[in-house]
Design a protein around this ligand. Structure first.
Ligand code: NCD
Length: 310
């Protein structure tokens, strides 16, 4: 496949449907007994997470190891030279000289793009502030494709903090690369999607609407994507306190939903998704988290597989 080698992965909308389908085809191969492989033997993958992470960092590391690559992980700020005042830019320059690809997460929007400008190696955005999380969107779209055989023609509900949540935002933007039957954006009024997302949805001709309550749209949904309220992004803690607990999905909430509804969540969950739902066959979020490994392994293969280290 052309077009992937050496490429930065900064936003989901940098990729066409055909780029994504190529990625997902390879991910299928890896998911269906194709791992471990040695394609990335001798390659070095650096993970630099300046914000907390469980799934994104560890699934990238698991993916790298299962493809035969080695991992360099930047220690948390207190244990690296950041504690001595080293700048983000200098840290990125160092990692660039030690690794073939950098996976970067940072609380500031645009941090991954800045890193990509500094680094010769490709940079993969592992989440920047409340903006982009392209590889999560890849995992989410892939999960839908695995469950339903495709992404087109389904009705999607995305519930939660659509303003500050980069995972929800990136998933919504990722849907513009496909032909969903409809998209229902469900959130408290102050957590609705930002204007640029509405613009992109309109430009792509996606049939979308914004509603305040899940019950208004639940019966028509094929996919319900739930997200937590992003406490750490709120400029005003009082506003967070007012909104916390304003929605919750559990077995009782799903009465009236389709029998083959898929409930997704990028995790972590902090109360908006009742663990009692885990036993329901419609709960697909742990499968979604597991898909992080084959999708990120496929991504690493496409981005660095053909590259000679420098
Ligand atoms: C998400 C993130 O970090 O944006 N987590 C993840 O990568 N699976 C979602 C979140 O923190 O709510």
């Amino acid at each position: 496949m052309t077009g992937w080698a050496g490429r930065d992965v900064l936003r989901i909308t940098d990729f066409s449907r055909w780029d994504l389908e190529g990625l997902f085809g390879l991910a299928d191969e890896l998911a269906d007994g194709g791992l471990p492989r040695r394609d990335l033997a001798g390659r070095v993958v650096a993970t630099a997470f300046f914000e907390p992470s469980t799934r994104t960092k560890l699934s990238f590391q698991a993916a790298a190891v299962r493809m035969g690559a080695s991992v360099l992980d930047l220690p948390p700020p207190a244990a690296s030279s950041q504690a001595k005042g080293e700048t983000f830019a200098d840290t990125v320059r160092m990692l660039d000289s030690y690794a073939d690809v950098l996976v970067v997460r940072h609380r500031l929007e645009g941090a991954a793009r800045f890193a990509a400008e500094l680094a010769g190696s490709p940079v993969i955005n592992g989440g920047d502030g409340s903006r982009d999380h392209p590889t999560q969107a890849m995992v989410d779209l892939y999960t839908v494709r695995r469950i339903f055989g495709g992404v087109d023609g389904l009705t999607y509900g995305v519930l939660g903090d659509l303003r500050y949540g980069r995972a929800a935002r990136s998933f919504i933007l990722g849907l513009t690369r496909y032909r969903p039957a409809a998209l229902r954006l469900i959130s408290p009024p102050s957590l609705r999607v930002r204007k640029d997302v509405r613009r992109e949805l309109s430009a792509a001709g996606v049939d979308y609407s914004e509603v305040g309550d899940l019950s208004e749209v639940l019966p028509e949904l094929d996919v319900l994507y739930v997200t937590r309220i992003q406490r750490e992004r709120f400029p005003d803690p009082g506003e967070y306190e007012r909104l916390r607990g304003s929605y919750r999905v559990g077995p009782d909430t799903l009465e009236g939903a389709k029998a083959d509804l898929a409930v997704l969540h990028p995790l972590p969950r902090v109360g908006e998704l009742d663990p009692a739902l885990d036993r329901d066959p419609r709960a697909r979020y742990f499968e979604q988290a597991a898909n992080g490994v084959p999708v990120r392994a496929a991504l690493l293969e496409l981005v660095v597989g053909g590259r000679v280290g420098h």
